[in-house]
Write a protein that binds this ligand. Structure first.
Ligand code: C2O
Ligand code: CU
Length: 475
């Protein structure tokens, strides 16, 4: 199987910008909800220096004029109040990815709210039950709106802040740019992307910059919050010369551990929190590579202060994060078993699927922009994939019967992988994105404790648009 990876051009593109090395730390403006006034979040056209200072900035869509949008930061257990204003030429919403949220605030156009038209506004107000690393993005034409730059990080702080000397954010995005550095608009909606790996890009940014320098000091213990905001590309990162420990996945704490081969694999939509000890000498530099690909690609650099040495108090503290209020054990007896069989895509075996109530052959489906199905149905319909009474354990039996990886995301809940290809997984984690390679099978269990209508879809957003989208109902 060959995956669609424009290797050569991706490298060539980066060559030109390799000279750019501005010092770049946590230079986002932070918006907090401490005041009574709601935060204002305006989506609209903006520009961003995606290719570095030597090229004309790209015309993007951003929140509050920025890509990524502002880091939103709230204490665990408090209410986030935010007024979303739409200054885009299209309708939009804000979805709060990974938050176990009140259903009415989930931001799914056509399911939990009407899309906010251009010039319109919507007030979001919700409690944040879990501490951790979350993010926000539109849930209306997501495949286009995220690819144009609409996303930002949502950090929910632990009541007792864990001991770290520094925190870095690391939002990785994969853009498809023209040679001039503009967003490649001509290829939006191409069925070739939609039926293959999705819209893979040719330009990697971290925090909206090309190969930024992340400033650190020798001796520090640093928390790095990584998120993959790309519409399609699965990314794998390696921090050279350091031994990162994974402390949370998709916002939820895990037993601290070194990832296999020190590789951090992030599906689109997924997050990972790392604890990293800055063990090199002052003045050192360490690259962070994206290695999903044959040749490692420089993503960012850790740049040590030339002289400072920090005597860290953090390094004696335990690494583990405090638990969130999520059930520790799931009682599997009597669980509702919900199959989720993925079919379709290029080189797949799918011959037909039901689309809008009609059984269509693959040609007819493609003519309607559809290429994938869940349980033989393409796209979200009036009927939920399953219904669960509140409090019921659900085991989603995911089966990837396609030739492509998929990143299955559930709204309003986190799921626990109980088996992968028939075996118990090594790391037990709560996830809101489950990555399945071709032919893989995963049983993912959760307690359906959050009433409402919840999306379940592939977070490769072109796959979502081309059929891999459904919903479930918690009564
Ligand atoms: Cu991050 Cu339904 O999405
Ligand atoms: Cu997919």
């Amino acid at each position: 199987m060959t995956r669609d990876r424009p290797a050569a051009s991706r490298r060539a593109f980066l060559g030109g910008a390799a000279a750019f090395a501005g010092l770049y730390g946590l230079a986002f403006r932070h918006a907090t909800a401490a005041s009574a006034e709601p935060i204002r979040l305006v989506a609209g056209p903006a520009t961003a220096p995606l290719m570095g200072p030597d090229k004309a900035p790209a015309r993007v869509w951003g929140y509050n004029g920025e890509v990524p949008g502002p880091v939103l930061r709230v204490p665990q257990g408090t209410t986030l109040a935010l007024r979303f204003e739409n200054a885009l030429p299209q309708a939009s919403t804000v979805h709060w990815h990974g938050i176990r949220i009140d259903n009415a605030m989930d931001g799914v156009a056509g399911l939990t709210q009407e899309a906010v038209p251009p010039g319109g506004a919507f007030d979001y107000r919700f409690l944040v039950p879990d501490a951790g690393t979350f993010w926000y993005h539109p849930h209306s034409r997501s495949w286009e709106q995220l690819a144009r730059g609409l996303y930002g990080l949502l950090i929910v702080d632990e009541a007792e802040p864990p001991a770290f000397d520094r925190e870095l954010v690391f939002l990785a995005d994969d853009w498809r740019l023209t040679a001039e550095g503009a967003i490649d608009e001509a290829s939006f909606g191409h069925m070739r992307d939609w039926s293959h790996a999705g819209r893979l890009g040719n330009w990697l940014t971290i925090n909206g910059r090309s190969q930024p320098d992340l400033a650190v000091k020798a001796g520090e213990r640093v928390r790095i919050r990584l998120a993959n905001t790309a519409t399609a590309r699965v990314m794998t990162f390696r921090v050279e010369g350091h031994a990162p420990q994974v402390i949370a996945l998709d916002g939820q704490p895990v037993q601290p551990h070194r990832p296999a081969q020190d590789l951090i694999v992030l599906a689109p939509g997924a997050r990972c929190d790392l604890a990293v000890d800055m063990a090199l000498d002052p003045g050192s530099e360490a690259p962070i590579f994206e290695v999903s690909h044959r040749d490692p690609l420089l993503a960012a650099r850790l740049v040590y202060d030339p002289t400072a040495v920090v005597r860290s108090n953090a390094s004696d503290a335990p690494l583990g994060l405090p638990d969130n209020p999520l059930a520790k054990d799931i009682a599997l007896a009597g669980a509702l078993r919900a199959p989720l069989v993925m079919t379709g895509g290029a080189m797949g075996r799918m011959e037909s699927a039901v689309y809008q109530g009609e059984t269509l052959g693959i040609r007819e489906l493609v003519a309607k922009g559809q290429a994938w199905a869940f349980n033989g149905v393409a796209g979200r319909t009036e009927t939920p994939l399953f219904e669960a009474e509140r409090g019921r354990t659900v085991v989603v039996e995911m089966a990837n019967e396609t030739r492509w990886p998929h990143a299955i995301h559930l709204h309003g809940h986190h799921v626990r992988e109980i088996s992968r290809n028939g075996r118990k997984p090594e790391v037990s984690a709560w996830r809101d994105v489950v990555l399945l390679d071709p032919e893989e099978r995963v049983e993912a269990a959760f307690v359906a404790d959050n009433p409402g209508k919840w999306m379940i879809h592939c977070h490769m957003l072109e796959h979502q648009a081309a059929g891999m989208a459904s919903w479930f109902k918690v009564l």
